[in-house]
Design a protein around this ligand. Structure first.
Ligand code: AMP
Length: 249
């Protein structure tokens, strides 16, 4: 079974993002970029499926600028077999990305497509769901456990009320939640080997997709600074402050 993993290049999660002086967006010049953390979990899950003998080939795909090759090389170093860069300098929105991924699914016919539950830049939480709808695949989102047996996948989902287990018939889309696994680090020999693994470059137009953004960002503002907290000595004092100062109870 082929497993397709979608990975996104985002600002590294350790970087404190800054808003551009003209409020048009977030500062990206000279900022460390990395693979979206939920996509790292997706790659790890695919690699574990290969180690269990369930996946036969792992294909990593990204839609982004030429520099996004770095994140594909990371996926290859972590265990993906080959990679596809769908190159565009547009900031592609989830629907365009889902349409491109659908085009790749039509070509590659994967048994499973693994995505992050969300990208930490746009926080959209849409691409996996849109892909499942477009491709007519079953979906198990916010996965904390994935078990594949035959043509079925049992996915435990993290939902507001606790956990929900769904059984999907493959092919299916799975989106990863934080507790699914702990991604490994790439070893130096694997980073070297990854340089020789195949990486194809395609264009959105190869899949008949126009990535021109449909949304316009009007203004980006940094959130208001939080004022310092205080410590109270007793529950009575807390209740008094909530009642008379904060006036929330
Ligand atoms: P989002 O819907 O933007 O929050 O992203 C959810 C997931 O969709 C990510 O974790 C990726 O697995 C996938 N995804 C989003 N954007 C891209 C992209 N440009 N290229 C490849 N995969 C993406």
């Amino acid at each position: 079974m082929k497993v397709l993993v979608a990975v996104k290049r985002v600002v590294d999660y350790n970087v404190k993002v800054r808003v551009k002086a003209d409020n048009s967006g977030v500062e990206l010049a000279n900022v460390k970029m990395a693979m979206n953390p939920f996509c790292e979990i997706a790659v790890e899950e695919a690699v574990r499926l290969k180690e269990k003998g369930i996946a036969t080939e792992i294909i990593a795909v990204t839609v982004g600028p030429q520099a996004a090759q770095e994140q594909l090389r990371t996926a290859l170093a972590l265990g993906a077999d080959r990679a596809i860069l769908v190159q565009t300098d547009d900031v592609a929105e989830p629907l365009a990305i889902a349409k491109i991924l659908k085009g790749i699914c039509d070509e590659e016919q994967p048994g499973l497509v693994v995505l992050g539950k969300q990208a930490i830049d746009g926080d959209n939480n849409q691409t996996g769901q849109m892909l499942a709808a477009l491709a007519g695949y079953a979906q198990g989102t916010f996965a904390s456990v994935v078990e594949v047996a035959g043509d079925k996948a049992k996915v435990t989902r993290e939902i507001d009320g606790g956990l929900q287990t769904v059984e999907l018939t493959l092919p299916a889309v799975v989106t990863t939640d934080l507790r699914l696994n702990e991604p490994r680090y790439a070893s130096l020999p694997n980073i070297m080997k990854a340089k020789k693994k195949p990486l194809d470059t395609k264009a959105p137009s190869d899949f008949g997709v126009d990535t021109t953004p449909r949304l316009k960002t009007v203004k980006v503002n940094a959130p208001a600074e939080r004022s310092a907290g205080i410590k109270v000595k007793t529950v009575e004092e807390l209740v008094d402050k909530l009642k008379n100062e904060a006036k929330v109870i």
